[in-house]
Write a protein that binds this ligand. Sequence first.
Ligand code: PMM
Length: 288
Amino acid sequence: MSTLRPRGGRGTVEGLPEWDRCAVMGVVNVTPDSFSDGGRWFDTTAAVKRGLDLVAEGADLVDVGGESTRPGAPRVDEREELRRVVPVVRNLVSEGVTVSVDTMRASVAEQAVAAGAVLVNDVSGGLADPAMVPTVAAAGVPFVVMHWRGFSEDMNSRALYTDVVAEVLAELRVRMDAVIAGGIAPDRLIIDPGLGFAKDTAHDLALLAHQAELRTLGRPVLIAASRKRFLGRVLAAGGPPPPARERDAATAAVSAIAAHEGAWAVRVHEVRATADAVRLARAVEGAR
Ligand code: PMM
């Protein structure tokens, strides 16, 4: 495992703060329909308070999104996405929070960056909107390239792999080359295997088991397992899966594993337990 990890540990991202451990990205979904927390932070005041609470609980940065990407979700209207996201970003930034914007739209990314967001997290890795890569390149902010095979409406039908780890790596490499060719600086890229996006439980687990291989792409790795279906399936042990809100202990377990394997950051809905997990992973690392 550690033999596959390049020197330099989890890596650094130009334009973002450096943490001496795996960072914790707290999630604020300003949506009525996200699979795990939809509707809970669906007005600006509640969403901003949620972001501040996540920071108080130990989040290093807060990821603000206005479009649900749960399997089967329809797309949200652009104006509505802007209305949901931009004021929340602006308010959190004014409180000193490091904010990323979770969007597939260049217009939302652009306005969020203008409002102070310092990272664009695009689950489509720039594929959904042809204006995304030039917009991020011009803004000069870091960019998350996630493995993605198509919109949520029908992504489950794309969960077909012969060797999921090799194919995800190869497809991520193609996207990295494309976004670099499009003008985004290589040292501003973060990669993400896209757990649950066109992947079933076995695929998600294989990607976690081979996380160290993602580091061979040479960029920091973001792992976003929080409350996802595969955790429900593992916990179900043959019975009905527990609801999303009862998957936080399992999420924290993944955070510990991911941090131990060299993840740059983990993206989670409930921060407290994951903040403990990444600190513990750091302590174990320090004792090597
Ligand atoms: N997953 C979701 C949303 N945004 N961003 C990244 N980089 N990686 C992910 O896997 C990811 C993401 C879906 O989860 P949510 O709707 O509960 O936030």
